[in-house]
Design a protein around this ligand. Structure first.
Ligand code: IMP
Ligand code: MG
Length: 336
């Protein structure tokens, strides 16, 4: 068994969907597995010239690869069926979509409760309350929902009693800075967003081959805390970068990339392949800056900024050596 993992290195919305889509088209995967989160995630995917926003269904569905919503996720059946319908209407083959039978269910009560949130600025999809009930041992699971029966699988059977070789692409939702333990609690989501989280879905540690870490050359955050510094440049980044939530349409607060935090995120996730997206946005603005040791460093051009980031990765022990591939990407559809 081989597993590659894709995770977000910041506050979600790093264009992970683009990377998984690219890997699905290149890699030889038998399964794509969503391993955390719920309908709070919004993956924007450009496929055959069409724009899709998915919340639950993994990107493998666009390539006829078995696509699984894992037991680390929480799922609202009604929203799942709506998404299925949208894909069907667009002519996408949805027959390979599966749900782990021990994945937890988001109920209407969860939705209603989350809808009243004032403190965190959640996406109001019921994610937090569903995880709370899971850990309180009072939740419902996919196998308890009759309408989901045709989709259910047992992940152990699927991966370990499979006659064929299994090669799984594990698709993470949100990002390191929203992780329930490593993020800025309580301004976090209710699941684990690191590569370790993938392993909880019947993925043995020794199967892991590559861990793709996806970030942006600047940072964004959606939620209640104050994040964006008082500088007009961030309004421009928001406009040019189209930084509005795929799930809620909310404007994302913007800030420069923090190199120390990026390194922490790369280390904890064990990243082997690094993609920093949206270089083109800063190029259009002709403003390049990062935080390092809490100070802003400005650069004349993109090459200077990228060289600085590379230098800092190099300073940090063996980090650069462990990174097999690094992309500074300014392309909407491709990582090059
Ligand atoms: P929840 O996950 O809906 O409970 O929201 C908790 C926090 O995580 C809020 O600040 C949300 O805006 C943020 N969040 C959750 N999912 C995503 C995502 O997919 N992208 C960006 N932010 C997210
Ligand atoms: Mg998103």
């Amino acid at each position: 068994m081989i597993a590659d993992i894709v995770v977000g290195l910041q506050h979600g919305d790093e264009a992970k969907g683009k990377v998984t889509h690219h890997l699905c088209s290149e890699g030889d995967y038998t399964h794509v597995l969503r391993f955390n989160g719920g309908g709070n995630a919004g993956h924007t995917i450009y496929h055959d010239g069409q724009r899709f926003v998915t919340h639950y269904i993994p990107a493998g569905v666009f390539y006829g690869i078995k696509s699984i919503i894992g037991n680390g996720c929480v799922l609202n059946p009604q929203h799942f069926f709506e998404e299925l319908q949208e894909l069907n209407n667009a002519g996408i083959d949805t027959s390979l979509i599966k749900i782990a039978k021990n994945c937890h269910i988001i109920t209407n009560d969860h939705l209603e409760e989350d809808g009243k949130d004032q403190e965190i600025g959640t996406t109001k999809k019921g994610t937090g309350p569903a995880y709370r009930n899971k850990y309180n041992r009072t939740g419902l699971r996919a196998k308890d929902a009759l309408e989901l029966k045709p989709f259910l699988i047992d992940l152990y059977e699927e991966f370990f009693n499979n006659e064929d070789d299994v090669r799984v692409l594990c698709e993470g939702a949100q990002g390191f800075e929203l992780d329930i333990d490593w993020g800025d609690y309580p301004y976090v989501t209710s699941s684990h967003c690191t590569s370790a989280s993938a392993l909880l879905n019947s993925i043995p540690a020794h199967a892991v081959r590559n861990v793709w870490g996806v970030g942006k050359v600047y940072d964004t955050y959606v939620g209640k805390k104050h994040f964006e510094p008082d500088d007009k440049v961030f309004e421009k980044i928001r406009d040019i970068g189209e930084e509005y939530g795929a799930t809620t349409g909310r404007p994302r607060q913007c800030d420069w990339l923090d190199v120390d935090r990026l390194i922490k995120s790369i280390n904890i996730n064990g990243i082997t392949h690094l993609v920093l997206n949206k270089v083109d946005v800063l190029e259009k603005l002709n403003r390049f800056a990062v935080y390092d040791s809490q100070k802003i460093h400005n650069f004349d051009d993109c090459d200077d900024m990228c060289a600085y980031i590379m230098g800092r990765l190099d300073d940090d022990g063996d980090l650069l050596q462990d990174l097999k591939e690094i992309y500074f990407s300014g392309n909407k559809n491709n990582i090059n």
